[in-house]
Design a protein. Structure first.
Lengths: 111, 122
């Protein structure tokens, strides 16, 4: 049972837009701690996609964007491509647990 | 550009311990947290703990308290994670990653090491 809740799976056709939600509580996202997003392909190391809720590393395409409101955050991917098929994780800090926490992960399938 | 190089795969017996390493190169080592994250087969990412080498005070996830020890050697820019009393459920890929905020355990993780497969089997 992950501290942050993500949908197990989402899917979309090439070119479409999908969103992945990440729901927390008043001790993590709701306490004001930032949310970060990672893309994880099998057999590789996770890759940072979005940091501090909305910022994108320079090498990440602008098709990826993040937002945060209240106790939740979202990752949006526009113009879906086959190469986007991967697992996506949100991460934040939990003040009650005094440590980082991850969501359970969401598998994106490009139809 | 910081890079993290992890040690090789390990096979361990139940009840034993494993110590894996993570060597940083190409950037500042001692002011940024080195974090350990694992992924068991079919499971998600799980934060185990981290250390800011310059402060030398590690933090551990409650789940691993008493079983995990994270240390750092500033002279070699290497962090270590030792997990004891291994059981089959500890079979996982173990990643190290650098924290994104200087002097803080808060923040994102980037870059990541390549991962180490630790197999616990009799």
């Amino acid at each position: 049972q992950s501290v942050l809740t993500q949908p197990p799976s989402v899917s979309g056709a090439p070119g479409q837009r999908v969103t992945i939600s990440c729901t927390g509580t008043s001790s993590n996202i709701g306490a004001g701690y930032d949310v970060h997003w990672y893309q994880h392909l099998p057999g590789t190391a996770p890759k940072l996609l979005i940091y501090a809720n909305t910022y994108r590393p320079s090498e990440v395409p602008d098709r990826f964007s993040g937002s945060k409101s209240g106790t939740s955050a979202s990752l949006a991917i526009t113009g879906l491509q086959a190469e986007d098929e991967a697992d996506y994780y949100c991460q934040s800090y939990d003040g009650r647990l005094s440590g980082s926490v991850f969501g359970g992960g969401t598998r994106l399938t490009v139809l | 550009q910081v890079q993290l190089e992890q040690s090789g795969a390990e096979v361990k017996k139940p009840g034993s311990s494993v110590k894996v390493s993570c060597k940083a190169s190409g950037g500042t080592f001692n002011r940024y947290a080195i974090t350990w994250v694992r992924q068991a087969p079919g499971q998600g990412l799980e934060w185990m703990g981290g250390i800011i080498p310059i402060s030398d005070t590690p933090r551990y996830a409650q789940k691993f308290q008493g079983r995990v020890t994270i240390t750092a050697d500033d002279s070699t820019a290497t962090a270590y994670m030792e997990l004891s009393s291994l059981r089959s459920e500890d079979t996982a890929v173990y990643y190290c990653a650098r924290g994104g905020v200087s002097g803080s355990h808060l923040g994102w993780f980037d870059p990541w090491g390549q991962g180490i497969l630790v197999t616990v089997s009799a």
